[in-house]
Design a protein around this ligand. Structure first.
Ligand SMILES: [Zn+2]
Length: 223
């Protein structure tokens, strides 16, 4: 039996009984706190990183955590974004990039992708981020520094693309949803978040210090 199938059996016998109430509640509907857009990379474990339970994140994953700009053409990302924002009314949308991203390596070196026509075309949606890096990186920047910049700039570019989706534009205008840009470091577990005021990525605990304090206070009150 594949390991993941054996995992289902363990889930049913060990995990499900402990959370049966949660699953029964969730069978009536969902009201996720965020649309979470991440890379398909197997090393990015969204529930583990954010310590969330089923029902809390509406997740879209693809190579490179990419959001194609809105067009009249229907695609999986477009439909999922429209549903999450217009129907589920998610109050937050996160684009989460990560270190060691194969998609970003491909975007940086598209000449190596000739045998992968769909990957090559898909990564075209990250091309502007590569151009930004070419524009802002120091001449002395190492390949590693350029890659870190690209991973960050790609997250910012995909946030821009999100704004072109009508449902997102409308929710932003009404103030009913908020955009977040994150980068997860596979090796260290660090997560950095875009800080609009500072104009740079800072650690999640610094970026959300106030909100985390409020949440902690609320939990202490409840306890
Ligand atoms: Zn990736």
């Amino acid at each position: 039996m594949p390991r993941f199938a054996a995992g289902v059996v363990r889930f049913q016998s060990n995990v499900y009984p402990e959370k049966q109430n949660l699953f029964e509640e969730l069978s009536k509907g969902q009201s996720p706190e965020a649309l979470f857009i991440a890379c398909s990379d197997s090393r990015v474990e969204t529930a583990m990183i954010t310590q969330t339970e089923p029902g809390e994140l509406f997740i879209c994953r693809n190579a490179g955590n990419i959001v194609p700009p809105h067009t009249e053409q229907t695609g999986g990302m477009t439909a999922s974004i429209e549903y999450a924002v217009a129907v589920l009314k998610v109050p937050h949308i996160v684009v989460c990039g990560h270190t060691e991203c194969g998609a970003m390596k491909g975007a940086m070196n598209p000449e190596g992708l000739d045998s992968l026509p769909h990957v090559k075309k898909w990564l075209g949606y990250a091309k502007a981020a590569v151009d930004v890096v070419d524009g802002i990186a120091d001449d002395t920047a190492t390949p590693e520094e350029r890659m870190k910049l690209l991973i960050e700039q790609n997250v910012l570019l995909q946030l821009q693309h999100l704004r072109t989706h009508p449902a997102v534009a409308a929710a932003l205008a009404k103030g009913t949803t908020e955009l977040h840009g994150w980068v997860y470091d596979i090796k260290t577990g660090e997560v950095e978040a875009w800080d609009e005021a500072e104009g740079r990525f800072i650690t999640v605990d610094a970026r959300y210090a106030e909100q985390i304090k409020e949440l902690t206070a609320k939990h202490e009150c409840a306890a």
